[in-house]
Design a protein around this ligand. Structure first.
Ligand code: SAM
Length: 279
């Protein structure tokens, strides 16, 4: 995408980088502007394998959706910060197992909303709406959300690759408000940039965090295991693979599709995923 004014969609500011476009760019998408590429180049120069963070995250999202659609009876999905449509989106995965599953996507990026409305409203069970996902009442009282999701029945809440873009100390409060609103039997799918607390890996995390937090993005925190677990109050965490105790795992190690053929890169170890059930 070029940034000539005639080609910029309404509502898009091509002078400000966008989380959605940069993440999509790392996944191979083409909807980015010069300002986004400048951030991507800085990250790639600092950590050449940074792409593994985006790939690991998206793979986790896809496998978690497959797991929930096939192993639980839940058929309602609220996908907060859904991002640009890519090869496999939440509704495509869950509707393969349960064609009647309802998915409501929420985002506030104008490019996501434009593509989303066009591409994602593929059937009567898929919806997209605009809200600030860091303001839970905006999502929980959103008219589209309330019309299509029944909060008296279990649902799946996805906050995948979102809360690390929340600056400040209130991320746990944001998640608590969402979890409080979920009925018993609901699931939460969550991923977050991770500081593993191992010096050489923490150094990798800090190199990316510095670019994100101190650059034009202004946000992008790598949080510790305890900080991330504090965002999931009252949930029973499921086992992330056959060998581990219930809890979080590096995204690539959350029920991988098979034995790993190559070692994980340092960057791949700086994002974790978790699925929890509200008792
Ligand atoms: N969940 C998808 C995934 O994991 O593949 C996309 C993750 S992408 C890194 C983060 C998404 O959150 C972007 O689409 C961005 O526009 C959205 N987002 C960030 N802050 C938001 C906010 N305050 N309100 C709504 N959406 C937001």
């Amino acid at each position: 995408m070029t940034s000539s004014p005639s080609q910029v969609p309404v509502g898009v500011d091509p002078t400000r980088p966008s989380i959605a476009r940069i993440y999509d760019g790392f996944l191979g998408g083409k909807d980015h502007y010069e300002v986004d590429r400048a951030v991507m180049q800085k990250i790639n120069a600092a950590v050449p394998e940074a792409v593994d963070i985006a790939r690991g995250n998206r793979g986790f999202l896809n496998r978690a959706c497959r797991f929930l659609a096939t192993q639980t009876p839940v058929t309602q999905y609220l996908d907060c910060g859904s991002g640009l449509p890519t090869a496999e989106n939440t509704h495509q995965i869950v509707q393969r197992a349960k064609p009647e599953a309802t998915v409501v996507y929420v985002d506030n990026d104008p490019v996501v909303l434009a593509h989303g409305r066009a591409l994602l409203e593929e059937n009567e069970f898929v919806h997209m709406t605009e809200a600030d996902i860091f303001e839970p009442p905006q999502v929980l009282n959103n008219e589209v959300v309330r019309r299509h999701l029944d909060f008296s029945e279990p649902l799946v809440l996805l906050h995948v690759g979102t809360l690390h873009h929340f600056e400040g100390d209130g991320a746990a409060d944001v998640m608590r408000e969402y979890i409080d609103a979920l009925p018993s039997g609901s699931y939460v799918v969550f991923s977050h940039f991770f500081d593993p607390g191992v010096p050489e890996l923490t150094a990798v995390a800090k190199r990316i965090e510095d670019i994100l937090v101190h650059g034009p993005m202004g946000a992008g925190r790598f949080r510790t295991r305890d900080e991330i677990l504090a965002m999931l109050p009252g949930l029973e965490l499921i086992k992330p693979n056959a060998l581990s105790e219930p809890g979080l795992a590096v995204c690539d190690e959350w029920w991988p599709d098979g034995p790993r053929l190559t070692p994980l890169s340092d960057a791949a170890q700086c994002i974790v995923g978790v699925v929890g059930r509200k008792p």
